[in-house]
Design a protein around this ligand. Sequence first.
Ligand SMILES: Cc1cc2nc3c(=O)[nH]c(=O)nc-3n(C[C@H](O)[C@H](O)[C@H](O)COP(=O)(O)OP(=O)(O)OC[C@H]3O[C@@H](n4cnc5c(N)ncnc54)[C@H](O)[C@@H]3O)c2cc1C
Length: 105
Amino acid sequence: MTVSVWQADGKQPVREVDVLIVGAGIVGTAAAVFVRRHGRVPVITEMRDVAQGASGRNAGFMITGLDAYAISERTHHIWHELIAAHGVRFERIGSMLLAESETEA
Ligand SMILES: Cc1cc2nc3c(=O)[nH]c(=O)nc-3n(C[C@H](O)[C@H](O)[C@H](O)COP(=O)(O)OP(=O)(O)OC[C@H]3O[C@@H](n4cnc5c(N)ncnc54)[C@H](O)[C@@H]3O)c2cc1C
């Protein structure tokens, strides 16, 4: 692998971290929470800012997946715990899933 001249001189600051997480979207920040809960020290590197990717642009629905119901139910428990712990605004408004055919129903 070739490196630029400034990389080749070996004088760049090096910071050692316990656990490095790339990206401060919902996945990276959630990973940081769990890493912390396990007594490790996470550091997140983010090229823009917190939730500037998909996590800050989505529709905000907390719906359960059909293919992985058990895991999404578990995820909902975690979200509710975090919502309560951090005073996040949340409204339970329900959702309706319609089947277009007998097979889908
Ligand atoms: C229009 C839309 C609507 C959606 N609606 C819903 C919904 O209603 N309900 C739902 O549950 N899901 C919804 N989703 C999906 C949901 O938003 C995503 O699955 C989720 O936000 C993905 O999270 P993430 O942390 O993986 O990615 P992101 O939130 O995109 O985070 C990735 C982060 O990594 C950073 N990054 C990338 N590369 C680097 C790098 N090399 N160095 C440093 N940082 C880097 C980015 O800047 C970004 O901040 C929707 C998605 C979209 C696009």
